[in-house]
Design a protein around this ligand. Structure first.
Ligand SMILES: [Fe+2]
Length: 263
């Protein structure tokens, strides 16, 4: 099966720009490219920072755009979001028994678990309280087979100081819970606005660039807090014996001229 990972669109009202780029324009190009080349994917998920400032009107504009997108799309919250305003625009969106924007998608024997790491009161770091941990434990316990977790904040450092300060706050409790289960195959996350792969305590993980702006690997390599590097979406294929991932730089992909013909 194939599915699509998109992250950190940081939408502002249509037509407005953010850090010199236009988030809705990037989202439009991304969704168009996915529709054109991957319409057979089982689903798509957007791992948080749907908006930059959490306005209801921006969530509504996203909803309007997604109504013309053919793939089932799971939306997640990041630290730039606003849970209350999100639910104003998406009142039908799934929530757990405590009202958190968490949900599960079962595809055959595979379970995809989408976490809500949004912090209240507001904090850029991720928050995963005991109620949410208990919900996750119940999902792990009842999973019919392999589990794939998606979350906005990584529960570990990625070696960039200012991102590491705003990772998941309860990373030890989270790690302890996962250690009790052997069925978690992969953690997909956003937040870091970079391509990152690896494994953590035996679990594979991956993150990808945001749609609008990126976090420079080396802060001094650019003169601004964020950088303009290629946005990408992820194409993930799950096979019996493999998790295969491609990141496609849809925004920067172009034809090359033919090489000169030999004389
Ligand atoms: Fe972000």
């Amino acid at each position: 099966m194939k599915f699509i990972h998109v992250t950190d669109p940081h939408l502002v009202p249509p037509g407005e720009s953010l850090w010199g780029n236009t988030p809705f324009e990037r989202l439009e190009a991304c969704l168009h490219d996915i529709k054109t080349h991957h319409s057979g994917a089982a689903f798509c998920f957007i791992s948080g920072d749907l908006t930059d400032r959490g306005e209801v009107e921006t969530y509504k504009a996203l909803k309007e755009r997604l109504s013309a997108f053919p793939l089932e799309t799971v939306l997640m919250l990041g630290n730039h979001d606003d849970r209350e305003n999100y639910f104003k625009a998406f009142p039908e969106a799934p929530r757990d028994e405590h009202g958190y924007a968490q949900q599960v998608l079962d595809k055959g024997t595979r379970r995809f678990v989408f976490l809500d790491t949004f912090s209240e009161p507001y904090n850029s770091a991720g928050w995963y309280c005991d109620d949410r941990l208990a919900w996750l434990q119940a999902q792990l316990e009842s999973a019919p087979g392999e589990v794939y977790i998606a979350m906005h904040h990584p529960p570990f450092d990625i070696g960039i100081d200012y991102m590491d300060r705003i990772k998941l706050e309860q990373h030890e409790a989270f790690a302890a819970l996962l250690a009790a289960y052997s069925n978690v195959r992969h953690i997909f996350f956003g937040h870091v606005h970079r391509t990152v792969f690896g494994s953590w305590r035996g679990i594979a993980y991956s993150a990808l660039p945001g749609l609008n702006h990126q976090v420079p690997l080396v802060r001094a390599s650019v003169g601004s807090p964020y950088s303009d590097e290629p946005p990408m979406y992820g194409v993930v294929t799950l096979k019996e014996d493999q998790v295969l991932m491609h990141y496609d730089a849809f925004w920067d992909r172009k034809d090359l001229p033919d090489p000169p013909k030999p004389k």
